[in-house]
Design a binder for this molecule. Structure first.
Ligand SMILES: Nc1ncnc2c1ncn2[C@@H]1O[C@H](COP(=O)(O)OP(=O)(O)OP(=O)(O)O)[C@@H](O)[C@H]1O
Ligand SMILES: O=C(O)[C@H](O)COP(=O)(O)O
Length: 407
């Protein structure tokens, strides 16, 4: 059983709140998209309005990446979103950070520096060991409680996610609570249930497909994106060198055998694209699978109209649809049709659940809305869909005793 903000006596309490604001970053190292920050406003404003002192903890990017930047611009943006001053300190657990946390007044908020600026935060630990890291030992003395709202990072076993809840009374924030509510009870949704697996995370998607087909959760699995291309090759279709080289370069060649095994075991419930779109003379050009392979250098970048018709027919009977990953290279206008149309059709289904950071961004760009739930998580959502436990959620379940709520 996980405690929520309803169980926390907030007034006068100093709370460390782990959020996931990992976002696209502009060339000047500032935030390019604030959707993930906006998702946490409810949790943060509730804690502040109830008289808490809030220290925000988050990661941004991965070491070595262009998006591995400070959280200064996140703090600025948060101040606008919360409509109150938000401090920022370029330290996470040193004396400077502790001083900034101790200086907070009731209703005050400070953003601590990118947790991944410290090497331990980019390692995986079991909770006991994570509790003895510098970050946890540095912050624990100045915090009374811990709130985890970072569902999108809950599949990581890092100190700010599993170490702090080992030593502090801990609670799920509102984002975490609603994600667990929806994604934790997929088996209670109405059948027929259709899973749409697109995007580029082929191994993860095949794991999801195995799991949901084996458990009888999926009546149909529709494949698209790179995932669909891997299934086509597994089914004996010659997609040409460009797509095959791409799959090989991404390290997914071995997944073709797994996809073939899956087709052997559950082929009657797996739908494959019937046509693909390639770039020809700078335009979109659609080819039925019987007309493949495409021309030299032409890669399968999207699903075509006949696949969309086929998938729409399957979706028409669905009560629940769960979608992850775009149907094509949506960053290129010529290959947005598959994602726009397929996801658009899903909004007509009574229950429609979308997972994936890139997918959510694609849908915003394409203006597709009206889903029952759009998850903030990519990898975390996929892991929940296979009914695997998430380390940060387990850490919340095992967190120490807490003070009683104030109302
Ligand atoms: N046919 C295709 N060929 C090559 N790339 C493709 C194809 N279809 C989709 N993609 C790419 O897949 C990427 C998104 O897939 P991904 O699996 O990362 O989505 P996601 O699960 O929403 O992401 P996140 O990791 O942010 O949660 C996009 O960059 C898109 O261009
Ligand atoms: O964007 C995400 O999926 C989360 O922030 C986790 O990021 P990570 O994959 O770099 O751990």
């Amino acid at each position: 059983m996980i405690a929520t903000l309803d169980d926390l006596d907030v007034e006068g309490t100093t709370v460390g709140v782990r959020v996931d604001v990992n976002s696209p970053i502009d060339d000047d190292d500032t935030l390019a998209d604030d959707a993930r920050l906006r998702a946490h406003v409810d949790t943060l404003s509730e804690l502040l309005e109830r008289g808490g002192q809030v220290a925000v903890l988050a990661h941004q990017g991965r070491p070595g990446g262009d998006d591995f930047v400070s959280l200064a611009s996140h703090a600025d943006r948060l101040s606008t979103l919360l409509d109150q001053p938000v401090d920022y300190v370029d330290a996470t657990f040193s004396e400077a950070a502790r001083e900034a946390v101790r200086d907070l007044s009731n209703g005050g908020c400070v953003v601590l520096e990118n947790t991944r600026f410290y090497s331990e935060e980019y390692m995986e630990f079991d909770p006991e060991r994570a509790a003895r890291t510098h970050l946890v030992e540095g912050l624990e003395p100045v915090l009374d409680a811990y709130v985890n709202d970072a569902f999108a990072a809950a599949h990581r076993s890092q100190p700010s996610l599993v170490g702090l809840p080992s030593v502090l009374p801990s609670y799920a924030g509102r984002v975490m609570e609603s994600e667990l509510d929806v994604l934790g009870s997929i088996e209670e949704t109405d059948a027929p249930r259709v899973y749409v697996l697109g995007g580029a995370k082929v191994s993860d998607s095949i794991d999801v497909a195995w799991s949901v087909l084996e458990k009888g959760l999926a009546d149909h699995v529709l494949t698209a994106g790179v995932v669909g291309n891997v299934f086509l090759i597994a089914d004996g279709v010659d997609l040409g060198d460009a797509s095959s080289d791409f799959i090989y370069d991404q390290g997914y060649w071995d997944e073709i055998d797994r996809a073939a095994d899956l087709l052997d075991a559950y082929g009657d419930r797996i739908a494959l694209p019937r046509d693909v779109a390639v770039a020809r003379d700078d335009d979109r050009h659609e080819l039925g699978v019987n007309a493949l392979p495409p021309g030299d250098g032409e890669a399968a970048m999207d699903i075509g109209d006949s696949t969309l018709d086929y998938y729409r027919r399957i979706l028409a009977d669905a009560e629940t649809v769960i979608l992850n990953g775009p149907a094509g290279v949506f960053e290129d206008e010529r290959f947005q049709t598959g994602t726009r149309e397929l996801y658009g059709a899903a909004t007509d289904i009574p229950t429609s659940i979308v997972g994936g950071g890139d997918t959510a961004a694609a849908l915003r760009t394409l203006g597709v809305e009206g889903f029952s739930h759009v998850s903030t998580g990519g990898g975390a959502a996929l892991r929940m869909l296979t009914a695997e436990s998430l380390p940060a959620v387990t850490a919340l379940e095992n967190a120490p005793q807490r003070p009683a709520a104030d109302d």
